[in-house]
Design a protein around this ligand. Structure first.
Ligand code: ADP
Ligand code: TRP
Length: 317
């Protein structure tokens, strides 16, 4: 089984990225052959500065490795190091109905947030389909916001197979309910575009956790934990016993949001402080990082090669 995901280096990674995509990849590392890439081509839809893109790409690679990616098990690479994805994207483009892309929420959402209406942003799901199909992926761990892009991918794979013969596997999204949509500090979906994120190694994590929006119930009042952002975030970090304890505390009353925020912050540090220490080690050796990415690129291109040969021959090249 092949498992694949990518994250755009379009800013610092946050809790939503970790629980929505990264952690599922790390948890599945022994379940199949894994590919985890840094979607730097995709990030060009919003990042317009070369030095910034280069630096963010390196930062995402460091985050992957610090938080649990084992390069001996998972193939880790920069999207741009597998240029064949661009080639495949063109073949897929020639079969992509305009209407399919026009219906994509993420494009409409980005437009609503003031991003330029470029062809790159519009064609983004086709390139994403190429990333997935080129590796014959079976499973794609992502957050719920990417579900529609997976449907587009499946659609394009079926169209291609109908036109040219059975070449692509039809991939499935992997979106466990518990991590489908991680809430941000304002209760909406955590997202860079909403300025409500807590970054993986956020120097102002304390301030942000303490600033999570709550209702105005007093400390004494009993509270329903389900649906409360602090409790929902705590579930991600804490053990089942700790979660049950927090729920009981909320329901009993005399337990304020401030107490819960403190517990959340502690649970965050318990998980992320060791990752932070690992990251500090990795940063010291840029050559080792570059070697890992170069080796990943070699393995990724080798994995893509047999599919690309079949594709080129099928389309008549
Ligand atoms: P952002 O919305 O901050 O721009 P990205 O679109 O770069 O995040 O997301 C990268 C990956 O992380 C995708 O798989 C996406 O579904 C996942 N992800 C991002 N935010 C969340 C969230 N709040 N809840 C669950 N998954 C998320
Ligand atoms: N579109 C994804 C996002 O914004 C990033 C991405 C690009 C991706 N190619 C992919 C995710 C392939 C999974 C598989 O988060």
């Amino acid at each position: 089984m092949r498992i694949l995901t990518g994250i755009q280096p379009s800013g610092k990674l946050h809790w939503g990225n970790y629980f929505g995509a990264m952690k599922n990849m790390f948890d599945l590392q022994d379940k199949g052959e894994e590919f985890m890439f840094i979607a730097n081509f995709h990030a060009m839809t919003t990042v317009r500065d070369g030095a910034t893109l280069r630096e963010s790409t390196r930062e995402v690679a460091l985050d992957y490795l610090a938080c649990g990616l084992d390069p001996a098990k998972t193939v880790v690479y920069r999207q741009s190091d597998v240029p064949e994805v661009q080639e495949l994207a063109w073949y897929l483009s020639c079969l992509t109905p305009m209407g399919l892309l026009e219906r994509c929420h993420s494009y409409k959402d980005k437009m609503a947030h003031g991003f330029d209406a470029t062809h790159g942003l519009f064609a983004y799901p086709v390139l994403m389909a190429a990333d997935i199909l080129i590796m014959q992926s079976d499973l794609v761990p992502v957050g719920k916001d990417q579900k529609q892009h997976l449907e587009v991918t499946r659609d394009l794979a079926i169209k291609f197979n109908n036109a040219y013969g059975e070449i692509f596997k039809i991939p499935d999204a992997y979106i466990p309910d518990t991590v489908a949509t991680i809430p941000g500090t304002d209760g909406q979906k955590m997202s860079k575009s909403y300025h409500n994120t807590i970054e993986l190694f956020d120097p102002s994590a304390k301030k942000k956790v303490m600033g999570i929006v709550t209702d105005s119930k007093t400390m004494e009042e009993p509270k329903e934990p389900e649906g409360n952002s602090i409790y929902e975030l705590y579930k991600l970090f804490a053990t089942p016993d700790e979660v049950a304890q927090m729920a009981a505390n909320f329901r009993a009353g005399n337990y304020g949001y401030g107490h819960a925020k403190k517990a959340l912050l502690e649970a965050y540090h318990r998980l992320f402080d060791p990752f932070k220490a690992k990251r500090e080690e990795l940063v010291k050796d840029p050559d080792a990082l570059e070697d890992i990415l170069r080796e990943g690129a070699k393995r990724a291109r080798a994995a893509a090669a047999p599919t690309m040969e079949k594709v080129r021959s099928a389309v008549g090249l």
